[in-house]
Design a protein around this ligand. Sequence first.
Ligand SMILES: NC(=O)c1ccc[n+]([C@@H]2O[C@H](COP(=O)([O-])OP(=O)(O)OC[C@H]3O[C@@H](n4cnc5c(N)ncnc54)[C@H](O)[C@@H]3O)[C@@H](O)[C@H]2O)c1
Ligand SMILES: [Zn+2]
Ligand SMILES: [Zn+2]
Length: 361
Amino acid sequence: MAHQVNGVVALAKGAPVGLVPILVPDPGPGEALIRVKACGVCHTDLHYREGAINDNFPFLLGHEASGTIESVGDGVANVAPGDFVIIAWRAPCGACRSCLRGAPWYCFASRNASQPMTLADGTPLSPALGIGAFAELTLVDAAQAVKVSPQASPEAAGLVGCGIMAGFGAAMNTGNVSRGDSVAVFGCGGVGNAAIAGARLAGAHTIIGVDLDDRKLTWAKEFGATHTINATSIDPVEEIRRLTGGHGVDVAIEAVGNPLTYEQAFYARDHAGTVVLVGVPSPNMKIELPLLEIFGRGGSLKSSWYGDCLPSRDFPMLIDLHLQGRLDLQRFVSETIGIGDVEEAFHKMERGEVLRSVVVF
Ligand SMILES: NC(=O)c1ccc[n+]([C@@H]2O[C@H](COP(=O)([O-])OP(=O)(O)OC[C@H]3O[C@@H](n4cnc5c(N)ncnc54)[C@H](O)[C@@H]3O)[C@@H](O)[C@H]2O)c1
Ligand SMILES: [Zn+2]
Ligand SMILES: [Zn+2]
């Protein structure tokens, strides 16, 4: 049986999103039906509706969610009805060349539900990042459902499902930020501020937040930035060098998805340092860098997909850190909104008014 619920669907490139009736099937073998409790509005949802990810419209948006298991299909052992879960957009297959090599965070065949969710007329939906959680119910592969402590609030827990994990992991996993390191984070939205929080927990000594918006920089300080730079009035590369004895930072994290900030991150790092790109660029973006600089500066230029996380390992850890009072997830929640308010939340995000608007059900 399919359940009819309302979902936030992007029907065409650039068109405002709206609530549309959708059909969500009961779970088949290996699948889980989730009653969504909360789902954050991430910049990647906006990338989808702008056609910047791919052209597989219509998209069922929402991918930063927590909920409870409504029902499971045959053969599901990791979750049971009633469990409180965070939905992951990475569920390693265990069999691809990357999983077999022992690096499942690069899995090339991550699992998703096999049955499609559809519009009322049967048109298959493309769920954002294989999730689609701006809806009361969503269908995923059971391995995408990661059980965590139900003591965390649904809206705080949901954010771990994308932006927080991506930013935190960009610092801790990809950038391997360690005790005493200096770190710069370009773009202090939800992802960038999570990178700042991760760098602080990892023991970084100097943490520099860069943004164009003073509100974001005030929040960056609350998450652990020791210094902030508003790049509208100050050259961030020169200022970062000044703040680090003329050297640049050990780890420079780009959390915007823009060639300009990538170039700044590239030149703001110390010799043999690491650049981490966690911001998602649009397909038309290009960058030109002197090859000699890439060679001469050594170190590494890395990309961070989902903070190189393993959801089953990392989600419960982040929730535990939160419940211990060491990672304030609630502070990322700028406002809670209704499922009909996602388009307006995109505009608030574009105007820089929020870290995260979170749809609650
Ligand atoms: N790699 C991943 O797995 C992953 C996961 C989630 C999100 N993302 C991406 O991370 C990026 C950030 O996401 P978000 O949700 O935090 O977005 P956001 O809109 O909340 O934050 C972006 C921030 O960048 C700032 N900014 C824009 N231009 C800038 C510039 N020239 N210099 C300095 N700061 C600038 C904005 O003021 C804003 O504060 C997006 O590209 C998103 O798609 C990546
Ligand atoms: Zn795999
Ligand atoms: Zn996201």
